[in-house]
Design a protein around this ligand. Structure first.
Ligand SMILES: Nc1nc2c([nH]c(=O)n2[C@@H]2O[C@H](COP(=O)(O)OP(=O)(O)OP(=O)(O)O)[C@@H](O)[C@H]2O)c(=O)[nH]1
Length: 127
């Protein structure tokens, strides 16, 4: 099982930051919550803080975990650990995504999400 973390990053207007995977990569063109694989001997929380510094040049404060999702795209199962968080410092600049977008509830539902993110988004929207 590959452990993956993802951040539901909130802004002051309760919008979330959606990130588009670049074309040519696995799931290219799909939208996701930013994050990545947890390294050996790393906690999910530490992994998310590290990944968001690397991918977006922000530091985040983790607020709350949501329900993990197990998914298999045919390359072996991943377990995606979502955390609600907010920016502690910095402004997001995408280093690994083709586009990033702050989205309200309606805008979130209009995006083409990676399949493992669909239950996470549903949990968020049900609140
Ligand atoms: N970061 C992130 N990854 C996700 C999300 N949803 C989802 O299915 N994934 C999958 O979980 C894995 C995350 O690893 P990553 O972001 O470090 O992967 P990567 O594309 O750099 O490496 P890869 O080419 O091995 O997939 C990818 O297979 C990605 O497609 C998500 O919301 N955020």
């Amino acid at each position: 099982m590959i452990e993956v973390v993802a951040g539901l990053i909130l802004d002051q207007s309760d919008r979330l930051l959606a990130c588009k995977r670049p074309e040519g990569k696995h799931l290219g063109g799909k939208w996701e919550f930013p994050g990545g694989k947890v390294e050996p001997d790393e906690s999910p929380e530490a992994a998310l803080i590290r990944e968001l510094e690397e991918e977006l040049s922000i530091t985040v404060e983790l607020l709350e975990p949501l329900t993990p999702v197990v998914w298999d795209y045919g390359r072996g199962p991943i377990r995606l650990h979502p955390f609600v968080c907010r920016i502690a410092s910095g402004t997001p600049h995408p280093h690994e995504h083709s586009e990033i977008r702050w989205c309200d509830r309606v805008e979130l539902q209009a995006l083409d999400w990676a399949e493992a993110d669909v239950p996470i988004l549903a949990e968020w929207l049900a609140r």
